[in-house]
Write a protein that binds this ligand. Sequence first.
Ligand code: SF4
Length: 356
Amino acid sequence: MATLPARIDQWARELGFSAAGVSTQAIDQDHAHLREWLAQGRHANMAFMARDVDMRTTPQVLRPGTISVISARLPYHPQGMNAFEVLDDGHRAYISRYALGRDYHRVVRARLLKLGKRIEQAVGTHGYRVLCDSAPAMEKPLAREARLGWIGKHTLVLHRDAGSWFFLGEIYTDLPLPKPTEPPVKNLCGSCIKCITACPTGAIVAPYQVDARRCISYLTIEHHGSIPTELRPLMGNRIFGCDDCQLVCPWNRYAQIDVDADFAPRNGLDAAKLVDLFAWTEDHWLRKTEGMALRRVGYLRWLRNIAVALGNAPRTEAIIAALESRADHPDEHVREHVAWALERQRRTNGRLNDLD
Ligand code: SF4
């Protein structure tokens, strides 16, 4: 048992993870942090965050019998992708880099199941459950306790060699694995505040504090209904998630990332034109997003988000025509965001008929 964590780490690396570690500690300090965050309403409309807090913070409540948690990180940022170029081109759609390839839930879970089987081959049958963003668990504190990195001021886990472009997954297990002997990974944020100042909407309201009500990832993916009008101009061309806090983080410059083909961008979605995506029918959207995490947003929120980005884009006749083609959309939220976008184009770029 004493050597098992090192062997688990090795097997995890053979499966494409960049590291795996073990935690056995309760994460009490994170329990208090979560409660305070909820009390301040910073979870926005994510009511599920407020449910099952004990289950989220105590692995034994989520899965009775759990003694140890194995955390693993799987890198996803494809090499050579120029995110800044897309962000700077208002005619293109920015989709968070994690969502461009195969759905990470499937990839991480499948590999964790293989890791679980490998562990069983070594120590025999035992109880365990694999998780990846699929049950109430505090993945980031667990990863920190497993020595996979520190939690940065942007509230993501990062590591000096791995940066922050990775997914986390866990195995909740009955095995009495030994506690890590090495000290926690040192927090190297220091006096840096790049992620805080780079956040387009000011969602990192203080170091280690994100207010989901302002976060573009929340607004474009989790938020149903109308996006607050004061935040829409700040969203630029980000139609699914946002990576700005990671893009500016100095530790991602030094990260040694070896990414696997599962996360290679599909269907040209890493730099697609907004007007082209806005023209997709629902059937086409379903075909193009099959097996991707993008599906989470649903077709109508997809249109809503693109409408906002089109409102923020430099005016062209093609953009106005695209927006007008959806002006009578049956969905009230799509309609309302299209109307906002047309109005913004009028206000910021002159009267519509200037170009007509
Ligand atoms: S940008 Fe700076 S403050 Fe933010 S997580 Fe990276 S190192 Fe820490």
